[in-house]
Design a protein around this ligand. Structure first.
Ligand code: HAS
Ligand code: CU
Length: 539
């Protein structure tokens, strides 16, 4: 049930998200230009690292968190068909998150927090950056609490009924996020802040990296789940068919929750502070987490095939051509699946302990995550925007043709930008460098790829600008359209699903056990093993 206040709340969140997104694209284009060395006037490592840090924070934390919260409110109210619980609290959460974002943005823009979006110590940021980031997380916890209260209220009012799939997925994401954010929250409160404030002189960077790894993997699924909501709940209907299996979809979300959390050490394979046995354990888990995505690929492609065949598509692949490619939701889904196929392949390479040694800290890694995050995830956020804007504003979408151009250019831009990154990674180019001019014949081979990336970045920037333009023109159009009504988002759920596919309470115990196994000793060792004290040895 979406009333005027909720519409406003969603629009505020989504505008902030997409505003951050467009700004981050400007920084991105600056970065590829700076690094290429083409324009000597803009060469500056200091500005470069301030820019990359701001770009990463805007894309990875601001776009995502605000989008997920705004879309989460929309999903809960529309799929449960109930009013938002405690709108005042929801606005408070928005205020806390916005204040945190502003607080972090100031040192970022002043070059006082050039610590990249992973803010690994020993690089240190101004304390306001850490306080701002913490506030953003705290604000998002309020959102998660509101979502879970709504779930509980709905279940009380509808005993024995299955929770509608969009809300089931949305609630999975809340539970996932609450578990995920604990790692970075512990790092910020007990290590980074006391250190940045001068209360302690040193911190254990091994512990900090371990706590960050706790967050770093599952956060990517926090970003991914809204995209999967679109794939499962919007796409089959938009393609003219229906979802292949509601239960398989629920299973995929649950498996993301269970397998996504305890596996962060694939970011630490090359680190010294954890033993290889633990890394191996996390590697097995990392392969397991591909399963829910493979399930998703299967279910969504099967749904699309059913739709394509219904529209007359024949033969092994004829159904693909019969799909409504001119529907923005369907087009975004098809392009996102293609990018998931390639980006996921890169992920499997990264996850393989031995192959990781070849690609770790090379340009391959930004290639991987721009394709799968900037590609798969963001293109579906954009498609969700096209779908919800008319409903939130009561106006028709400004132009479907322009929306199609925008989605295609986003896809093409990502292809043009990430292919060179993958190649450069294999050629040995490190990631996170502000210049590629090493005065060596070996690195001369990098130059043409750097130029291609400038073109890719430009296409992406133009596409992002077009996106904001389409939303703006939609919202400011003078003619209103008839209220499209609440967005039920999916066909009626099965009358009943097994209890274990309908709630989360018991699953928290399973997660606790998995986390205790995979992180218990690796964290405890920092407190159990006496560190080497040079003064005791007379050094
Ligand atoms: Fe990743 C690094 C492993 C998924 C994001 N990842 C990153 C970083 C980010 C990121 C941001 O193991 C950088 C962190 C940093 O700054 O240091 N990643 C994986 C694996 C997966 C994976 C195994 N990553 C993601 C997703 C992300 C994301 C999703 C964002 C949303 N990643 C790693 C590893 C590293 C890493 C290592 C560390 C690297 C290092 O050394 O630093 C898996 O979840 C991927 C599973 C996916 C598949 C693909 C299945 C294909 C399907 C498509 C079907 C479509 C068809 C086509 C058939 C196995 C489902 C149909 C087409 C039609 C036209 C009809
Ligand atoms: Cu990961």
């Amino acid at each position: 049930m979406i009333d005027a206040n909720l519409k406003k709340l969603c629009l505020y969140h989504l505008w902030l998200a997409f505003g951050a997104f467009a700004l981050a694209c400007v920084f991105g284009e600056f970065q590829v230009l700076e690094r290429s060395g083409l324009l000597s006037i803009i060469q500056s490592p200091a500005v470069y690292f301030a820019s990359v840090s701001t770009h990463g924070v805007l894309m990875g934390f601001v776009l995502t968190t605000f989008f997920i919260m705004g879309f989460g409110y929309y999903t809960a109210a529309s799929s449960l068909n109930m009013p938002l619980w405690n709108p005042t609290l929801a606005w408070t959460s928005f205020g806390v998150c916005t204040a945190g974002t502003v607080m972090a943005a100031i040192p970022l823009l002043l070059g006082k927090a050039s610590v990249l979006y992973t803010f690994y110590p020993p690089v240190q940021a101004n304390a306001f950056f850490y306080i701002g980031a913490t506030l953003l997380v705290v604000g998002s916890w309020i959102w998660a609490a509101i979502m879970l209260v709504m779930l509980v209220q709905w279940k009380k009012a509808h005993p024995g009924q299955s929770v509608p799939l969009p809300m089931f997925a949305n609630a999975t994401n809340c539970v996932l996020w609450l578990w995920t954010s604990v790692g970075v929250a512990l790092e910020a409160v007990f290590q980074l802040l006391p250190w940045a404030l001068g209360i302690v002189d040193t911190i254990d960077v091994g512990l900090a990296r371990t706590l960050f790894a706790w967050t770093l993997h599952p956060i990517v699924y926090f970003w991914l789940i809204p995209a999967y909501i679109a794939l499962y709940c919007y796409v089959p209907i938009a393609a003219g068919g229906k979802l292949f299996s509601d239960e398989l979809a629920r299973l995929a979300f649950l498996l993301i929750l269970l397998f996504g959390l305890p596996i962060g050490f694939h970011h630490l394979y090359m680190d010294p502070e954890q033993g290889h046995e633990w890394k191996l354990l996390h590697m097995v888990g990392t392969f397991a987490v591909a399963i829910p995505t493979l399930l998703t690929g299967f279910t969504v492609v099967a749904s699309l095939e059913m739709a394509g065949r219904k529209s007359g598509g024949k033969g092994l692949f004829g159904w693909i051509g019969a799909l409504p490619w001119r529907n923005p939701t369907v087009l975004a889904a098809l392009l996102s699946l293609l990018m998931l196929l390639l980006g996921g392949f890169g992920g499997i390479v990264n996850a393989s302990y031995a192959m990781n040694a070849m690609v770790h800290n090379t340009a391959w890694v930004p290639g991987h995550f721009h394709l799968i995050f900037g590609g798969t995830v963001v293109i579906l956020y954009l498609a969700i925007g096209y779908r919800v804007w008319p409903r939130l504003c009561g106006k028709a979408l400004y132009s479907t043709d322009l929306a199609l151009v925008q989605l295609w250019t986003w896809f093409i831009g990502l292809g043009v930008m990430t292919t060179p990154w993958h190649v450069l990674g294999l050629l040995g180019q490190p990631r996170r460098i502000s210049s590629v001019n090493y005065n060596s014949v070996l690195t001369l081979a990098w130059d043409p790829y750097e130029l291609v990336m400038i073109a890719g970045g430009l296409i992406l920037l133009a596409s992002a600008a077009l996106y904001v333009y389409i939303l703006f023109r939609t919202q400011t159009a003078s003619s209103a359209q008839a209220d499209a009504g609440d967005d039920a988002m999916t066909m009626a759920p099965p009358a009943a699903v097994p209890g274990w596919l309908n709630g989360f309470l018991g699953w928290n115990l399973v997660i606790l056990a998995l986390m205790a196994v995979s992180y218990g000793y690796p964290i405890a060792q920092f407190f159990l093993i006496k560190t080497f004290d040079p003064t005791a040895w007379g050094y």
